[in-house]
Design a protein around this ligand. Structure first.
Ligand code: ZN
Ligand code: FE
Length: 253
C-alpha cells in the first residue's frame, strides 16, 4: 500500500492510497478532478473509490467528475449524506469499511464541521485527518464547539504514536510560528521549523508527519502542558480552557 500526495488548488492536499499489486486506488478528499485524473492516467491506476472527510468544497470538488469518468463509489459519513455530493456508501461512526486490501475504520471527529470524520487504515497505521488535525495546527471551529474539537483531537491523540498523519492542507510553516510563540522553549519544534522551511523552499510537502511528532510539537495537542498554560496568563486553566484560548488566538494570528 502506497500513499501518493496530490497537490490541489492553492494549498490543499488530496491523496491516493494505492494497492500496488492490483493498481487499484482510493482518492481521499479530491479537491478538484484534474490533478487526480492526470496522475491516474499517467500511472495506469484503476481508481475505485473517493473517500471524503467532510463536505467543504475544497474536499469534495472532484467527486462528480471522478464518478463520471471512472464510475468511482463515494464513501462518507452517514449524517452528512445530504451534503457529500454523489455519496454511495454512507458509514457510521466507528464502522470499518473494507474492499479487497483496503480496510479503514472511520471515526466521527466533529468541530471543524458537525459531520467531519477521519479514515484510519489501521493495518498500515495511516490516518487521514482532513481539516481537523493539521501538522502543528488544527482546523477552525465552524460548526462545532470548542469542547467537540478538543475531544476530537484527544481521540486522535490516542492512536498508536507511530501513526502517519495525512491532513488536508499545507499550513505547517505558518502553524509552526504560532506554536513557537506560546511554546518558545520547545527545542524539537525549533529544529522542525528549519527542516520544514527547507522542504517548502525545495518544493516538497511537510506531510506526512508522525503522531508522536505532533504530540511533541503541535500546541493544540499540548494544552495540558503547564509551561504553555503559563504563557497564556490564565489562572489555573483546564486543558479545555487552554485549548479554547489558543484556538481564539490562532483565529486572529
Ligand atoms: Zn474544511
Ligand atoms: Fe479545507
Amino acid at each position: 500500500m502506497k500513499v501518493e500526495i496530490i497537490k490541489c488548488l492553492e494549498d490543499n492536499y488530496s491523496y491516493l492510497i494505492i494497492d500496488e499489486d492490483s493498481r487499484q486506488a482510493c482518492a481521499i478528499d479530491p479537491s478538484e478532478p484534474e490533478p487526480i485524473i492526470n496522475f491516474v492516467e499517467k500511472n495506469n491506476i484503476n481508481l475505485k473509490f473517493v473517500l471524503n472527510t467532510h463536505h467543504h468544497f475544497d474536499h469534495i470538488g472532484g467527486n462528480k467528475d471522478l464518478k463520471k469518468k471512472y464510475n468511482v463509489k463515494v464513501v462518507g459519513f452517514i449524517e452528512d449524506k445530504n451534503r457529500i455530493p454523489e455519496i454511495d456508501i454512507p458509514l457510521k461512526d466507528k464502522q470499518v469499511w473494507k474492499y479487497e486490501k483496503f480496510e479503514a475504520k472511520i471515526f466521527h471527529i466533529p468541530g471543524h464541521t458537525s459531520g467531519h470524520i477521519c479514515f484510519n487504515f489501521f493495518n498500515e497505521k495511516l490516518l487521514f485527518t482532513g481539516d481537523t488535525l493539521f501538522s502543528l495546527g488544527c482546523g477552525r471551529i465552524f460548526e462545532g464547539t470548542y469542547e467537540q474539537m478538543f475531544n476530537s483531537l484527544n481521540l486522535i491523540k490516542n492512536f498508536p504514536k507511530e501513526t502517519m498523519i495525512f491532513c488536508g492542507h499545507e499550513y505547517t510553516v505558518k502553524n509552526s510560528e504560532f506554536c513557537l510563540m506560546y511554546d518558545p522553549n520547545n527545542e524539537k519544534l525549533k529544529r522542525k521549523i528549519s527542516e520544514n522551511k527547507k522542504k517548502i523552499k525545495e518544493g516538497f510537502p511537510t506531510i506526512p508527519v508522525t503522531l508522536q511528532d505532533e504530540i511533541d510539537m503541535n500546541i493544540f495537542l499540548r494544552s495540558d502542558q503547564k509551561n504553555i498554560q503559563r504563557n497564556l496568563s490564565l489562572i489555573e486553566p483546564t486543558p479545555l480552557e487552554t485549548f479554547s484560548k489558543l484556538r481564539d488566538l490562532k483565529d486572529n494570528f
